[in-house]
Design a protein around this ligand. Structure first.
Ligand code: FAD
Ligand code: SIN
Length: 532
């Protein structure tokens, strides 16, 4: 079955929804999402979105904070573009109906988070992402030019490869003509043809055992682009959030927002002793790579499975008012955070790397754009500053929309694309093979490619992953496609990219810390490492 559109958007988080709304004035839009519209990382965001709105804050301070967190390899042009475009994105979100918290005088109530020198985080209580998602979804559902396809899984983008040509990453003329998409209810693989395709598939957290990301975050867009020979970069920079709730067995892990440390929360051991001052003069409010590594080290020293976040010294009513969701969540597992410490542990949270894009959100593949967490714009460098990712998603949805409207106007749809070919495949009954391989991938990545790495660990991870890769490719080639099998395949591709780029980065910088090269290497000051 073939469907033809001007714009194909893969993903319904902040990036995909904002882009769809902006291009819909210029043509017909298909919005494809693998579960339901609101199951996204965006919906889970707690802290909020960073933007400079008033003195004493100014753009230069936000730019400086972003560069400091990024450990010397943020792209200066990109940083300036994103930060100076922030106020107009906030205005747009408010026009779309997002209700950010305000003070009694009507001004926005701004929070502060780790690594920020000023109060500049707009938020809605402690569930900012849910509020942004709600507002965007209600706009999408009312738009006559946007067709929404829930429970539709994008398998691969369509390029000249599907017309019989062999592509390579260095080729400059690879083109995207749309995507093959599995209708999960019927099992039919549909051909979506489009003049422009936007990849907005979000993060990769589920490549690891412990993650704050919902189960949709399996790196699909990055893996699809990699298989289509697009350029991927910065994959070694995986951000572990220092404070996810330690509640064994719960997946995804519930996030304890960094805003709690901005509010005055202190990291402690069970006996009440604090430890962050040993690692950084900013104490509990140091950037999250430093805090995550410190916690990892303290847990290794004490042998405990977690440390604790203490807000018991704060006014209980204020704590409940600022963090109602966290208060309720902790209470539901027997912890009253106004009286007791919160047990916390680091969790895979965010990927700074991804599909390489330029200042207009164009990937290395023609007519393929990327925005949001699956993209690598150069904003975050080696480490993302808290609350800069929703902002980046919105800015790049905006610049990409403006650029792709012009590109679509000059493009005609192809009429020679073959249907999905599943000749010779059978229904796969062996779910246990997929489940077990998934567990193995997550264990390999967590044990050997986590917060602290080494040459030996990375090589061990690669050797083990290669075995699972070969087994999974054999299974994939012999089976009718299923979402679970494709996700496993994508996680293996993403794991491979993380390991390969981590091996190439012979230094410690930002989120990439290795025991074999503990210092920064000046020769690697120029961003980036990629698969070209
Ligand atoms: P997402 O919102 O993750 O959306 C991805 C979409 O792609 C989903 O709809 C998914 O179903 C779809 N998709 C994926 N693969 C396929 C496929 N193969 N076929 C079809 N559809 C597919 N950032 C901040 O700036 N501030 C915060 O306070 C903050 N807090 C966070 C808290 C948590 C718990 C988490 C997990 C993240 C947080 N982040 C925060 C990060 C931020 O939420 C994400 O980086 C951002 O929302 C990503 O948006 P996105 O549109 O790129 O992807
Ligand atoms: C948080 O609220 O701590 C997460 C913020 C972010 O990931 O930017």
């Amino acid at each position: 079955m073939v469907k033809s559109y001007d714009f194909l958007v893969i993903g319904s988080g902040a990036a995909g929804l904002a882009y769809a709304l902006k291009v819909a004035s210029a043509g017909r839009v298909a919005l494809v999402t693998k579960t339901t519209l609101s199951v996204t990382n965006t919906s889970k965001a707690q802290g909020g979105i960073a933007a400079v709105l008033k003195a004493p804050d100014d753009f230069e301070k936000h730019i400086r904070d972003t560069h400091i967190a990024g450990a010397g390899i943020c792209d200066p042009e990109v940083v300036r573009q994103v930060i100076t475009m922030a106020p107009e994105q906030i205005k747009q979100l408010v026009e779309w109906g997002t209700m950010f918290d305000r003070k009694e005088d009507g001004e926005f109530d701004l929070h502060k988070e780790g690594g920020h020198s000023e109060f500049r985080i707009l938020h809605h209580k402690d569930n900012s992402g849910e509020e942004i998602q709600r507002a965007l979804v209600s706009q999408i559902q009312n738009h006559p030019n946007i067709d929404v396809f829930e429970n539709h899984f994008a398998i691969d983008i369509i390029t000249q490869h599907h017309l019989g040509r062999h592509n390579e990453p260095w080729m400059k003329d690879i083109e995207c003509y749309g995507a093959y998409v599995l209708n999960e209810e019927t099992g039919v693989v549909m051909t979506f043809l489009s003049k422009v395709t936007m990849m907005a598939t979000g993060g990769i957290g589920n490549v690891y055992e412990v993650t704050t990301n919902p189960t949709i975050a399996t790196g699909d867009g990055i893996a699809m682009t990699f298989r289509a020979k697009g350029v991927i970069q910065g994959m070694e920079f995986v951000q572990f959030h220092p404070t996810s709730l330690y509640n064994p067995g719960e997946k995804p892990s519930f996030l304890i927002t960094e805003a709690m440390r901005g509010y005055g929360g202190i990291l402690r051991h069970k006996d009440g002793s604090s430890f962050m001052e040993k690692y950084d003069e900013r104490g509990s409010l140091a950037p999250r790579d430093i805090v995550a590594r410190a916690i990892d080290n303290e847990m290794k020293i004490t042998g405990e499975p977690c440390v604790y976040l203490d807000v018991t010294h704060k006014d209980p009513e204020q704590t409940k008012a600022h963090f109602p969701m966290i208060y309720e969540k902790c209470l539901s597992i027997g912890i009253d955070i106004t009286k007791e410490y919160i047990p916390v542990t680091p969790a895979a949270h965010y990927l700074c790397g991804g599909i390489k894009v330029d200042l207009n959100g164009r990937s290395s593949i023609r007519h393929l754009y990327a925005a949001g967490e699956c993209s690598c714009t150069g904003l975050h460098g080696a480490n993302r500053l808290a609350s800069n990712s929703l902002l980046e998603a919105l800015v790049y949805a905006d610049v990409a929309a403006k650029d792709s409207i012009k590109v679509a106007a000059l493009t005609t749809l192809r009429s020679d694309i073959p249907d999905w070919d599943d000749a010779g495949t059978v229904h796969n009954e062996e779910m246990i093979l997929i489940t077990q391989a998934n567990k193995e991938v997550e264990q390999i990545m967590s044990s050997y490619v986590g917060i602290v790495r080494s040459n030996l660990r990375l090589q061990r991870a690669l050797d083990r992953l290669e075995i699972i890769y070969r087994e999974t490719e054999d299974l994939y080639n012999a089976s009718h496609v299923s979402m679970k099998l494709c996700e496993l395949r994508n996680k293996i591709n993403v794991g491979y990219l993380i390991i390969k780029m981590a091996q190439k980065r012979r230094e410690s910088r930002g989120l990439h810390y290795t025991l074999d090269y503990k210092e920064r290497n000046k020769n690697l000051d120029t961003y980036p490492i990629d698969n070209e």
